[in-house]
Design a protein around this ligand. Structure first.
Ligand SMILES: Nc1ncnc2c1ncn2[C@@H]1O[C@H](COP(=O)(O)OP(=O)(O)OP(=O)(O)O)[C@@H](O)[C@H]1O
Length: 291
């Protein structure tokens, strides 16, 4: 099972060059697409979902050009966009039944069994008769996943699914997604580094339409293993530091600014070497804005 993205570029009518020559091969398992707001994550997701065509480039699923026979590819696809609408007052069971009919599951018994199985998977059985428009954010996302899974898709795309979820709901959502990775390609877009650390065995970093890095999270972190240094600094020191070193991030720790620097050698004796993590790797490519 393989999705191949070859030389894909997209410029919108307003002149925004949202995707710049993207090349990426994605296999079974969970692929995390990490990037800041406006990086192009939704653009590449919508393109893979065949909701928009690239200006140039191709996408193949198991060797088949997805734009040559989009209807065939869509039968194997499950797409959960950032915002999806639900009908007013409709229960989860009724909505899933409606979508299952639309997706061609005509046998009533088969439909009922599949819906019950999915409600169980996403822990919504006990809420299945409540109106989906009254669900919490997390319940709604879990309902969205059930909807996506109705036809056992081989490629599942979830666009920033954990934005706005509390930690417990986020974990619940992770564990549902994790169960899908044995039998499908799951592509998850997020700007939350922790989502990728916890879930993904393969990942890419997208910024300003360009794929800056890709690989296994552990290996990417190992590549900067001895290069991360911390120091508490004043606002004035930080300015000087930025002129002389690669300051990749800053955070407030107990009321002080802690600067994180990437350097192959110790910057000065006052820096403490720290264990690199995926957030450091991410910031080494997408430096945060100066505070
Ligand atoms: N339909 C569109 N028409 C014009 N510009 C668009 C369109 N969709 C996205 N863009 C622009 O393309 C760029 C990439 O947007 P995209 O939504 O793909 O990024 P993103 O990484 O998903 O961001 P976010 O995390 O904020 O959702 C942005 O500059 C955005 O404003």
């Amino acid at each position: 099972m393989e999705l191949e993205i070859r030389d894909v570029s997209k410029t919108y009518a307003n002149g925004v060059h949202a995707l710049k020559d993207i090349n990426l091969t994605i296999s079974k398992g969970m692929f995390g697409l990490l990037g800041p707001n406006g990086a192009g994550k939704s653009s590449i997701m919508r393109t893979i979902a065949t909701l928009q065509t690239p200006d140039s480039g191709k996408i193949y699923f198991d060797g088949q050009d997805i734009f040559a026979t989009p209807a065939e590819f869509r039968r194997q696809l499950g797409y959960l966009p950032q915002d999806f609408g639900v009908y007013a007052n409709a229960s989860a069971t009724d909505m899933l039944d409606y979508f299952a009919r639309l997706k061609g599951i005509h046998n009533a018994k088969e439909r009922k069994n599949r819906i019950n199985e999915l409600l169980e998977l996403v822990n919504l059985t006990e809420h299945c008769h409540k109106a989906v428009d009254t669900y919490s954010g997390g319940m709604r996302q879990r309902f969205g996943i059930a909807q996506v899974l109705l036809t056992n898709p081989k490629v599942i795309i979830v666009d920033e699914p954990t934005a706005g979820l509390d930690p417990a709901e986020r974990n619940r959502f992770y564990s549902i997604l994790h169960q899908l990775t044995d039998s499908a390609i799951v592509i998850l877009s997020t700007h939350i580094v922790g989502d990728v650390t916890n879930l993904c065995d393969d990942m890419g970093i997208l910024n300003q339409g360009t794929l800056l890095s890709r690989g296994k999270p552990d290996e990417l972190v190992a590549s900067i293993k001895h290069q991360i240094w911390h120091k508490s600094v004043s606002r004035n020191e930080l300015k000087t530091l930025r002129d002389n070193y690669k300051v990749i991030s800053t955070r407030i720790v107990k009321g002080n600014i802690q600067a994180t620097i990437q350097s192959e050698t110790a910057p000065t004796a006052s820096f403490i070497q720290s264990t690199a993590d995926l957030e450091d790797f991410y910031f080494s490519y997408v430096p945060e804005l100066a505070v």
